[in-house]
Structure formats: structure tokens, C-alpha cells
Design a protein around this ligand. Sequence first.
Ligand SMILES: [Zn+2]
Length: 413
Amino acid sequence: MSFDRLFRNARLPGRDDLVDIGIVSGRFAAVEAGLDGDCPAEDLGGRLVVPGLVETHLHLDKACLLGRCDCGSGGVKEAIAAVSRAKRDFTEEDVYARAAQALEKAIGFGTNRIRTHVEVDPRIGLTSFRALKRLKADYAWAVDLQLCAFPQEGLLDDPGCEEVLAAALEEGADLVGGVPYVDRDANAQVARIFELARRYDIDIDFHLDFDLDPSWATLFEVCRRTEEAGWGGRVAIGHVTKLSAMSPEAFEEAGRRLAEAGVAVTVLPATDLFLMGRDRDRNIPRGVTHAHRLAELGVTCSISTNNVLNPFTPFGDCSLVRMANLYANVAQVAAEPDLALCLDLVSTSSARIMRLEGYGITPRNPADMVVLDAGTAGEAIAAIAQPLFGLKNGRMTFERPRPHLYPDGGPAA
Ligand SMILES: [Zn+2]
């Protein structure tokens, strides 16, 4: 058989044997051992190959704000307020430049599909949304972007916001998000977001239950609305830190309800660790929901970056392998097969939440792949394996060579 590109000795997650990967016209043509190809082949030496890492929750529009606003002195409310103030100075060019900076980091760390949450309200209007629409087109060679328009500062309590949100949906937002906890009537916001989702026939991704009070939760109302609308498999909720504060019995009840309704959960370890427990002066709770326990109950889960270098999370490099490692550390996940599942939570499981078509290293799918410098999924997470290079539609999108060591002093100057 003749291939445009041929990679030998690749390890796919969950498989013990090594396979060769043949690519023709931007698609996987054959994935099996001992492929016979008459083109030059690259030997991957048993390294792990994934179809690409997947962010289900990343705020590109407010990335890279260090030095521009108060970063890190408070909790959730203070972070929202700090970005709200900084947002007054956002222009389309500024949003584009900062978002591109974060996006290029993500591409360089092997991410090739991203759901980005973009703020729309009467003050910023569609400025950030339009910047990200341009970004989506300009970087389509490396990454598929889904734009989730959402009202970060409230919907019902912010007059004029719903008109702006609807305008973003008219202009092609891929899905709608919500932040019920910032409106006085959280359930009423949930209802309005579902109405919009049904009107435009789009999926929903809420920020939800972002505190550590286990005595009440909005997730049950989201489950009820999901079933009422027939939206199972089309709704995700992010943070849901309350779950980390619930008793095992309450956690199990909530998990079973989410699984039954088809509501997915995205855990955002960096932000949750950074913003939760600000009222404590010792024994600060982790505030990170245990995705593995939810997955055991049948909930589709992902781990994602959320924020990078801004008041919600003044750290970050957009590496999903590092984020999965952070989660593993905090969730005390170190044994197999749970460690390997961490990689799933930033790839295959995330792809399921985004209902991605053609994701996976199998014949006929677009040739999207990332080679990690590790032999197994568990090793990749434990050692924070670096991605070495990646392809999208059969074309190379980035390369991150291994470090060169120079015991003899390196090349002469
Ligand atoms: Zn978020």
C-alpha cells in the first residue's frame, strides 16, 4: 500500500501491542501491525499516540491578564469583579492577541480540540466573541474551536444581557453557557438557558455549584430540565465543587442522578484549588471533585484548564497532561487503571462531552494525532510526559523536541 506518511511502532492507549499508522490524503488509512508501505517511515519506538488532547472548558478571552488586574487576592466573587473591571479596556485586537497567546501554548502541548467559553454582556457586547470567531478561522489548521457564549456576570439580573447572548447565538456561537449562581434566582437562569438552547438547537455548558456548601445544589434542577427538554448527553456542568464537600451517600445520589439524566461533569482542578476554601485559615479543603468516583457511577467526565494567568487562576501553561497530573495528585489517584483514566479525562472522555465526530485513531477518521514521550497512559500522567509532535488532518502542526544534553559543553560558539 502507498501512504503519504507512515509511523511505525505506535502504542495506542489501552492496547498492549504496537501498531503502524498509515496516512493517506489527511486521513488514517490503516492502523495495524506490520504495514507494508513504500514511503519513508518514522519509528515511534513504542511511544504513546493519542488522537489529540481535548479541552472542554477554557476561557481564551480572559487569558493572560497578569499585570493588568488584581490577580489572586480573593475568591470567586473577587475574581469575577476583577475581570469585570479589566474587561472595560478589552478591544477585539487585545482579546485576539491574548487568546492567540494561550491558544498557541495549548497547540504546542498537544491540544487540538477546544470548547472555549466566551463572555457576552451589555458592556463587552460581542467584542470578545468576534475576536474568538476570527481566531477559530485563523487557527483551524491546528485546532477545532467550539465557541460557548455565556453571561459570566449574570443573565436575569443584568438588563439587556439576554439580547446580547441571543445575538451571539444568531452570529454562530456553537453552544450556550450559564452561571446560575450569579443571579438571585439560579433556577430561573437555568430555565432561560434551556429555552435558548431549545430555540437554537444547541448544547449547554454551565458553570455550576461552585462553592463548598453541600446542603443544597442546583445540579438537580439542571438534571430535571435536561430530562424535560430531552437534552441528555448535550449538557455539561463545570466546577461542581460542592460534590467534594458532600457525604459519600449524598455524592452517590448526585452522581447517579447526573448519570441518569445524561449530564456530564468537567473538573477544573487549578481554579478550584486556587479559589476554594478562602474563608479558612488552616486545613484548607481541596475543593476538587473526584471525577473517578463520578465516572464509576456512570457520569461522563473531563478535566480541563479553565483559566490561565488571570484572577481566577494566576498560573498555567495550557498543558492538559500537566493538568491531569495536578488532578491525579490532588485526587490521590496513583494506581492503575485509575492513573490511565486521567489521560482519558483529557482526551476520549472529553471528546464524548463535546460530541466530536471522527475522533480516534482508526481508518477513515481525520489523521489527527499527538505523540507523547511515554510508553503508557499511566506513565504519561505520572511523569507529565511532553508531547513530541502532532498532526492535524495529516499535516504537522507542532514539534516539541526532547531536550539536548551536552556533557562535553555543546557545539563550539
Ligand atoms: Zn469557566
